[in-house]
Design a protein around this ligand. Structure first.
Ligand code: ATP
Ligand code: MG
Length: 322
């Protein structure tokens, strides 16, 4: 059964269409990743699902409730972690969650137990009485996840859950999210522009670009659409006509003395492939990534390989200065 359903969901800001006639269904218990570059429309979609932003046209149903006609019911059904930090730095972790619990009208006698459980889940029990100001970025993110779980929502929205975390922090966060899904059997919609994140966490991925979902499938199936892994060979002569005869060569792209080949079942076919060449200067084998998938569907890259985003740069600069 679809627990999240977008029906021709559209958001326009003046002339700009941030989300264009989105139709997508997320099943109960699924982890769904919206993967796309900056400005693709990810946050706009989540905000419409969470009743924080009114659609220009179309609608969405969450847990069977319509975001336009039954916003209160939708809010009871969801938890949300925003892209920007949203906890109060001048309160303790415990106080932050308590405030939220009271806003949700959770009965007084249940609040204490609920907060303890949520804090335990994200391993913040021993820091609960410290001011959030003293938390690390990762701890703060975890606190916001704990807070979003306090009313036991059926669907959890995570908008860029690891933005601003260093690679180690990011991996830890992935483990927390996986554990949550396992223990609470929740439906999770997460947005990210980190392809490894979508690949690691999501059962299915919707690739989004300029307000439109380009394709939806499992990470494995998406990568399989490219037909194989990439082999780059540098050689003075490229035997193009020989390569064209090979069944396991799915794509050929030549650039002077270099050829980039898409090879099916590379572990089996690499040896025979190399025999077709005379003298080879270098060989590089690379598994296909979701970045390649994104490139093949949109003609663009999500992130330049090896290049970090401005956000990562700021984090790196501030940590190297410290
Ligand atoms: N309040 C607003 N007024 C005008 N335009 C907006 C507003 N909010 C978002 N947009 C535009 O809508 C588009 C989608 O923005 P959105 O924040 O949903 O992207 P995103 O995929 O979440 O990007 P990011 O990865 O940077 O968070 C962008 O072009 C953005 O500039
Ligand atoms: Mg966003």
């Amino acid at each position: 059964m679809a627990i999240v359903q977008a029906i021709n969901l559209t958001k326009k800001y003046g002339k700009l269409t941030a989300v264009e006639t989105l139709n997508v269904e997320i099943d109960e218990g699924e982890v769904f990743g919206l993967l796309g570059p900056n400005g693709a429309g990810k946050t706009t979609i989540i905000k419409m699902f969470a009743t924080l932003l009114e659609p220009t046209s179309g609608t969405a149903k969450i847990n069977g409730f319509d975001v336009i006609k039954q916003p209160a019911k939708v809010r009871e059904s969801i938890g949300i972690v925003f892209q920007e930090p949203s906890s109060d730095e001048l309160l303790t972790g415990y106080e932050n969650i308590k405030l939220y619990a009271m806003m949700y009208g959770i009965p007084k006698d249940e609040i204490k137990k609920g907060i303890s459980e949520a804090l335990e889940l994200v391993e913040l029990t021993n820091r609960k009485d410290d001011l959030v100001r003293t938390y690390s970025g990762g701890m703060r993110r975890r606190l916001e996840i704990a807070r979003s779980l306090i009313h036991k929502p059926k669907v959890l929205f995570l908008d860029e859950p690891t933005l601003g975390l260093d690679p180690a922090g990011r991996e830890k966060m992935w483990a927390y999210i996986s554990q949550l899904v396992e223990e609470l059997k929740m439906t999770v919609l997460l947005t990210t522009h980190y392809m490894e994140e979508a690949d690691t966490l999501a059962d299915r991925i919707g690739i989004i670009d300029q307000g439109k979902i380009v394709v939806v499938d499992t990470p494995k199936a998406l990568k399989a659409t490219l037909g194989g892994d990439l082999v780059t060979i540098n050689a003075s002569t490229i035997p193009i006509s020989e390569l064209e005869k090979l069944k396991y060569v799915k794509k050929i792209k030549q650039e002077n003395h270099k050829v980039i080949l898409t090879i099916e079942n590379v572990s089996r076919n690499l040896q025979p492939l190399l025999k077709v060449f005379g003298k080879i200067d270098s060989v590089e084998v690379r598994n296909t990534t979701l970045n390649d998938v994104f490139l093949s569907f949109t003609g663009k890259r999500i992130q330049e390989e090896g290049k970090s985003t401005w956000f990562d740069k700021i984090i790196q600069e501030s940590t190297s200065r410290a």
